[in-house]
Design a protein around this ligand. Structure first.
Ligand code: ASP
Length: 311
């Protein structure tokens, strides 16, 4: 059974197939007639959607993706409160029980690092990691890679600037790992010393021969960047006001954009809080809402790939 647990589990051919399929689903979605064809693809399949942490894009896009593929969706948007987790049940037991109900995929977001892998270890049903603590967000990384590919037609030889709360953000961790499986990418991490990228990811990049820098100099980092990937402070994972204060220097606004090449794109996994000023939204380089939209079709492609392998 094929679970989706880590960003680097996808090989390059598989990613290319997923991107092609995402484009197909996007095209199918443009007309009601072709939408109805897509609806026939996975009728009779069921996705459980189980979110222990707040989510807008991941949950809605997965649930809409499943609906567009003809699946039924059963779930809870607040599993921490409305499932037996509130009574102390382990993730393993919850998943063992769901396995008894004849479902085809379980999409989950958990508060704890590694919970998706723990679920997968006891599950015959595909587990989709919709974000586990600060560890990984693999489906976000795939849609991010798709967004980069859409602009540049490649995922190698790119200068990528990642900024914000890198120590607690799972999207930057997953994307950095995924990009390091491609050749000649250079990553510039921008943050305060306390919120810089974790040593395990840096080690991973070293192992893959991906070069990187750590800095707090936005001007220098933006000059020559292909991709700027900005993130918010993950205040649900730490509440140190001092740390929060430090990143206020890292707000992107019109004046910061002066340093950024015309060909670059500005990405953000969203939600954006105040680290990108609203005035940036109008800049043609700002693609974060399009990036979120891509999530629907990329997630349709991922669900379709999982379901196609089922007997
Ligand atoms: N939506 C992304 C996540 O779930 C980014 C964020 O919340 O900051 O990790």
């Amino acid at each position: 059974m094929r679970h989706i647990l880590r960003a680097d589990q996808f090989d390059h051919d598989e990613l290319a197939r997923l991107f092609g399929r995402a484009i197909f689903f996007m095209e199918q979605d443009q007309h009601i007639k072709t939408r109805r064809n897509t609806l026939k693809l996975h009728q009779g399949r069921i996705m459980v959607s189980m979110f222990y942490e707040p989510s807008t894009r991941t949950r809605f896009s997965f649930e809409i993706a499943a609906a567009k593929l003809g699946m039924a969706v059963i779930g809870t948007e607040n599993a921490a409160e409305f499932s037996s987790a509130a009574k102390g049940e382990t993730i393993e037991d919850t998943v063992r029980v769901l396995n008894e109900y004849g479902v085809d995929a379980i999409c989950m977001r958990t508060k704890e690092d590694g919970h998706a892998a723990r679920a997968a270890a006891v599950s015959n049903v595909a587990i989709i990691n919709g974000g586990d603590g600060k560890a990984e967000h693999p489906t976000q990384a795939v849609l991010d890679a798709y967004t980069i590919y859409q602009k540049f037609g490649r995922l190698d030889t790119l200068q990528v600037v990642m900024g914000g709360d890198l120590a607690h953000g799972r999207t930057v961790r997953s994307l950095a790992k995924l990009l390091s499986t491609y050749k000649n990418n250079h990553i510039i991490f921008i943050s305060t010393p306390e919120l810089q990228m974790s040593a395990d990811v840096l080690k991973y990049l070293d192992k893959n021969g991906t070069t990187y820098e750590q800095t707090d100099d936005i001007e220098k980092a933006f000059t020559g960047a292909d991709v700027v990937y900005w993130t918010r402070l993950q205040l649900e994972r730490h509440s140190d006001a001092k740390l929060a204060h430090g990143t206020q220097a890292f707000t992107i606004d019109k004046s910061t954009l002066r340093y950024l090449p015309k060909k670059a794109i500005i990405m953000h996994p969203l939600p954006r809080v105040n680290e990108i000023a609203a005035e940036v939204d109008k800049d043609p380089r700002a693609v974060y809402f399009k990036q979120a939209g891509n999530g629907l079709y990329v997630r349709m492609a991922m669900l379709d790939a999982i379901l196609k392998e089922l007997p």
